[in-house]
Design a protein around this ligand. Sequence first.
Ligand SMILES: Nc1nc2c(ncn2[C@@H]2O[C@H](COP(=O)(O)OP(=O)(O)OP(=O)(O)O)[C@@H](O)[C@H]2O)c(=O)[nH]1
Ligand SMILES: [Mg+2]
Length: 350
Amino acid sequence: MRLALIGKPQSGKTTIFNAAAGQQETVGDFSKAVHRAQVKVPDERVDRMAELVTPKKITFTSIEILDAPGLSGKGKEAGKLEISDDLRQSEAFIMIVDAFSADAQPETDIQTLIDEMILLDYVQVEGIITKRSRKAKLTGDKSDQKLVGLLQKCLEQLESEKPLINCEFTTDEEKLLRGFQLLTQKPLLIVLNIAEEALGEADSTYDRYSRYIDADKRELAVICGKIQAELIGLDDEEKQMFMDELGIKALATDRVIQKSYALLGLISYLTADTPEARAWTIRKGMTAPQAAGVIHSDIERGFIRAEVVAFDDYDQLETMAAIKAAGKHRSEGKDYVVKDGDVILFRFNV
Ligand SMILES: Nc1nc2c(ncn2[C@@H]2O[C@H](COP(=O)(O)OP(=O)(O)OP(=O)(O)O)[C@@H](O)[C@H]2O)c(=O)[nH]1
Ligand SMILES: [Mg+2]
């Protein structure tokens, strides 16, 4: 699972990458370097489970973040820009917007970048249509005809300057399109990178820009990349002191990761045992055997049942004995759809 940072030059991409990944890459140098890191998906529930079962090991899920030069914000020239395959193959984009510098123009920047992505998709879709309709004419191939029809629909959407993610597609159509890695078919998290002095206005800034939010498609976060990056070198105690002083409740980069995770339609279930307390990533809607398959295909194949406790019940009742006494322990079959925060023990037979 990969997230890519995009944005205009000097918008703070590498600063925020550093903060999220705990790295110290050079910032402010207009470099064309590519940075990537596996970043932990923070989950307080895993910490709490670890408190309750005192496992030998604690494992969080992780997600890859990529900081690569890309969209450079040259408006109409965008069609000529190269977007690396690395960037294209991410599941979602995190758009970093300069809202900290003296001459910042966040709204213009957001619109320019979205327009550029639409234009890049337009050029690409147009190209595929030309190629495929020629082929469809030559061979009379039904599947090529179907694809061309679908791409025409995309072209209309892009022509009206709207991203593809706002188009209604069937599951089949979406699958067909996914291979082309179109930019505006992916969810987008807009991150307003505000100045240190503006930290007190983070909430009102969020409200002011909330019109950019579109459930499951587009999200918004307001952070100060520079402060976040300054927290990297500190140990936990120092970090807490610094955060208290500034009145920061949670790490903003954690929130960015969590929001991207939610945008991708991902949820976590937990396993908690003495060897290990762990979060596992699945897509919303997965059944118990499918979820088990993420741990090991043997468990999916030999699935018998899932013993499930909701995290909130575990959190309140604390011990399995109390959970069972309260009737909060469930035995679920192969059709059970796993929920975010389910604590699961799989019974299987191989
Ligand atoms: N005051 C302030 N400066 C910031 C903030 N975030 C980034 N900067 C500064 O902005 C400059 C650019 O930051 P980078 O993180 O290198 O930006 P970038 O988007 O990676 O830039 P390129 O890789 O050149 O496209 C650096 O001098 C940073 O210190 C912020 O939140 N506040
Ligand atoms: Mg950079």
